[in-house]
Design a protein around this ligand. Structure first.
Ligand SMILES: [Zn+2]
Length: 139
């Protein structure tokens, strides 16, 4: 799992002088340590505050455990809104994407030959939340 990219993650990381990747790793590791997170799709696209409410953990205690200080009120607000997602490519939940469609264009080299087809884009769908991701392929 990882922490979903967001402006809150960026601001919190800057305030703690960490990269977003380091910050994400610390939070995920500590969350597992206190058994707040489990590595399953139920924990994808869930905010820290939702994790804490459902497990009776206090989010400021989790913050202290992660960074060894108690948060300022702005840091606390950013921290609580962070979401855990899976390691896959779905931008919403971190689930895995599966190609559901390819789009082609016909390319005719000359009038005497058979036309050829080139892939110009693909549609993928998240196997967890069903989000569609469209990717154009540049020439
Ligand atoms: Zn998804």
């Amino acid at each position: 799992m990882k922490i979903k990219e967001s402006k809150e993650l960026k601001k919190l990381s800057e305030s703690l002088k960490l990269t977003e990747g380091e910050n994400s790793e610390i939070i995920i590791n500590k969350g597992f340590e206190v058994e707040l997170f489990v590595d399953s799709p139920e924990c994808w696209d869930v905010s820290i505050i939702e994790h804490c409410v459902s497990s009776e953990n206090h989010s400021s205690d989790l913050f202290k455990r992660c960074f060894d200080v108690y948060p300022s009120s702005t840091q606390w607000a950013w921290f609580r809104s962070l979401k855990t997602i899976g390691d896959g490519d779905c931008p919403e939940c971190g689930g895995n994407l599966e190609i559901v469609d390819h789009n082609y264009k016909m390319v005719r080299r000359d009038w005497d030959s058979e036309p050829e087809y080139e892939t110009i884009s693909k549609d993928e769908e998240c196997t967890n939340c069903g989000k569609r991701v469209f990717t154009g392929i540049d020439d």
